[in-house]
Design a protein around this ligand. Structure first.
Ligand code: TYM
Length: 326
């Protein structure tokens, strides 16, 4: 059985972008793949975090994964930080990664501009991500388009390691959802919807109330020509809403364009607001039950045990291949 793996960084709220870009894909594939899903809490540390808030987010994210349809029986679910072999592997991989490669990553370039005293962790972040992926020999990595470059780097690092030290890793491939959608900020649809955005009006959190979700969608920035047509270059706001509606309902963009032809933005926004808020409310109901229940700890205990066993095996093999073994 082929393996898929993905993770989300708990740096802020769990966004609609995370759900559509990563989790929905994992849910649709969990029957056919050996699936691994984790909370990338070590990745969150690359940018300063409030320890209490970060801690509180970890279990919330796990509960949200399951509420979104991730089946704990079909997925290995864990916290990245509970697997100490992953950062250990990351160091070995750092020594097979070129400084130039790491510093060319788009996210590194952008984030290092935003933070004047950025950490070394921000630079080595994609190498840690490579360790996340390579330890279990993941074949595919379902991610949003913004993470594609990091998965490709993981593949390049694995290829170099295999070439230098002998076959050690499966070469992973990014898996981008069919439409390759990047959910955009509702207030500034030229930007990605991102949990670190200062303006929360542009970002839908999976923890938002029904009213907030509806308000945010009704107030989303759109152009003034009132035509429901997909055109990301000239009509990014309306195209973004079409992407959201299509991802939530499984209907095609063409079907939606036809149904709302000539009906104006108000009617269409009302539709998107209602299907999105209802969809998220159903997820939240399940989420609340999970958060109050006891099964999360058991799921995490089982997940980490399997993940650590695999990672230890891979770490020992790497050390042996590299000659750092007694
Ligand atoms: P992160 O936490 O920024 O995002 C988690 C996942 O959600 C996707 N995503 C989006 N997709 C569509 N539209 C958006 N607006 C949007 N925003 C986020 C991201 O592409 C991603 O798939 N480094 C990773 C976490 C990570 C990881 C890994 C992922 C750590 N190790 C190993 C895969 C495999 C990150 O920061 O994602």
């Amino acid at each position: 059985m082929k393996k898929i793996l993905t993770g989300i960084k708990p740096t802020g709220d769990f966004t609609l972008g995370n759900y559509i870009g990563a989790i929905k894909q994992m849910v649709s594939m969990q029957e056919e793949y050996d699936s691994y899903l984790f909370v990338a809490d070590l990745h969150a540390l690359t940018i300063p975090q409030d320890p209490k808030e970060l801690h509180e987010r970890l279990k919330k994210f796990i509960a949200m994964y399951i509420a979104c349809g991730i089946d704990p029986k079909k997925n290995t679910i864990y916290l990245q930080s509970e697997n100490e072999y992953i950062p250990a592997m990351s160091y070995l991989l750092e020594c097979t990664t070129q400084y130039g490669e790491a510093s060319r990553m788009i996210q590194f370039k952008e984030k290092s501009k935003e933070h004047s005293n950025f950490s070394v962790g921000l630079l080595t972040y994609p190498v840690l991500m490579a360790a996340d992926i390579l330890y279990c020999d993941a074949d595919y990595v379902p991610v949003g388009i913004d993470q594609k470059q990091h998965v490709e780097l993981a593949r390049d690092i694995a290829e170099r390691f295999n070439h230098r030290y002998g076959d050690t890793f499966v070469l992973p491939e990014p898996m981008i959802s069919k439409s390759g959608v990047k959910i955009r900020d509702l207030k500034d649809p030229t930007k990605k919807m991102s949990k670190s955005e200062e303006n929360p009006q542009g970002v839908i959190s999976m923890f938002d109330t029904k009213e907030d979700i509806e308000k945010k969608i009704m107030r989303a920035t759109t152009d003034s020509d009132n035509q429901i047509k997909y055109d990301m270059d000239h009509k990014p706001g309306i195209s973004n809403l079409l992407n959201i509606a299509s991802s939530i309902t499984g209907r095609t963009i063409e079907e939606l364009e036809k149904e709302f032809d000539g009906q104006g933005y108000g009617t269409f926004k009302k539709y998107v607001a209602s299907i999105t808020s209802e969809h998220i409310m159903k997820i939240q109901e399940k989420y609340q039950q999970l958060l109050n229940g006891k099964e999360l700890d058991q799921i995490l205990d089982e997940g980490i045990q399997k993940s650590r066993t695999l990672a230890k095996g891979k770490y020992d093999l790497m050390k042996q291949r590299m000659g750092v073994i007694r």
